[in-house]
Design a protein around this ligand. Structure first.
Ligand code: PEP
Ligand code: MN
Length: 346
């Protein structure tokens, strides 16, 4: 249930409501907006709550059930956009955010070269996997902890925050010690134990949409993370499985529009995994920004053909510069902007 307080309701009135709701066994999540405060009551017996007749308490405007199965992630509960801070930049506000880098950490020199490249190109964060979820057990599986150390060094050298995937509950603590953003990959979107574990961390979590997940299932996964107390969740559309085989996945840009309406969480788009082919990546990044995405996560490499994983969909330095120029122009039309990276002077 949500209890919407009147504009200008006093702290004493809000306290009276929260005390009453807690007393019948509910957990409280307060959302203090510029306009009004919303008290979210989660987890208890609805009958008990109804018997309190909260609508008759001073300062209460209305009491309404949250009809969606996800609560904390829902816009009913938190009407204003959530802004997730990553280093000096934010995701989900007016500014767009760009995370860029190779699919995987391939070695110290190579990653440092990639990091400098994406910094020069204007990225706000460096992406690269140290733990790789490969379809074949015989493919390169990533560098593991050594890769995390290299990522930390790249952050040190370039100032770029680091986005990297965590695949296993047993590695959350380790990855958390090195990363600025914990990425949950498409194959793990419904690994509920992993979601709970990253929910206990206070790091930002980038939650990729499962390749066969509905938008509602994706938001339920965000709810798992948030229900453990971590509200720093960024959603990432990365393409879903359809009958189409020309593209690696079908990049569902309508999901951006729908998710932005249903949830207050930021939504970014990964055009690389979305299409699977280098030549189509920049166009889909442009389309994603036009659709209202809050940012782009893109695979970039200094010599894309030589990338150890996902080479076919990895773009090179020129295409990355082109992408940055073009999404900036589109952002401007929409009254948004791609801010100059705080690391560009380093
Ligand atoms: C990746 O970002 O390199 C990756 C493995 O992504 P996904 O989980 O979307 O396939
Ligand atoms: Mn990849």
């Amino acid at each position: 249930m949500i209890i919407v307080m009147r504009r200008g309701a006093t702290d004493a009135e809000i306290d009276q409501v929260t005390d009453a709701v807690k007393a019948v066994g509910f957990e409280i999540h307060l959302s203090r907006g510029v306009e009004r405060t919303i008290v979210g009551a989660i987890g208890g017996d609805r009958g008990l709550l109804e018997r309190l007749h909260l609508e008759s308490l001073p300062g209460v405007e209305k009491v309404a059930p949250i009809s969606k199965p996800y609560k904390l992630a829902s816009r009913d509960f938190h009407p204003e956009d959530t802004v997730v801070q990553i280093g000096d930049h934010a995701v989900g506000g007016n500014d767009l955010w760009v995370g860029a880098g190779p699919c995987s950490v391939e070695g110290r020199e190579l990653l440092l070269e990639s990091a400098r490249l994406v910094r020069t190109g204007g990225a706000h964060a460096l992406r690269a996997g140290a733990f790789k979820p490969r379809t074949s057990p015989y493919s390169f599986q990533g560098m593991g902890e050594e890769g995390l150390k290299i990522l930390a060094e790249a952050r040190e050298v370039t100032g770029l925050p680091v986005v990297t995937e965590v695949m296993d509950t047993r590695d959350v603590e380790l990855v958390d010690a090195y990363a600025d953003v914990l990425q949950i990959g498409t194959r793990n979107m419904q690994n509920f134990n992993l979601l709970r574990e990253v929910g206990r961390s206070r790091r930002a979590v980038l939650l990729k949409r499962g390749m066969t997940a509905t938008i509602e299932e994706w938001l339920m996964s965000a709810e798992y993370i948030m229900s453990e107390g971590n509200h720093n969740v960024i959603l990432c559309e990365r393409g879903i499985r359809t009958y189409e085989t020309a593209t690696r996945n079908t990049l569902d840009l309508s999901a951006v529009v729908v998710a932005k309406q249903l949830t207050h969480l930021p939504v970014v788009v990964d055009p690389s995994h979305g299409v699977g082919k280098r030549a189509w990546v920049v166009a889909m990044a442009r389309a994603a920004v036009a659709a209202g995405a809050d940012g782009i996560l893109v695979e970039v490499h200094q010599r894309p053909d030589q990338a150890m994983s996902d080479a076919a969909q990895t773009i090179g330095p020129e295409a990355f510069s082109q992408m940055m120029r073009e999404i900036s122009a589109i952002a401007e039309v929409l009254g948004r902007r791609v801010p100059i990276s705080s690391t560009s002077h380093v």
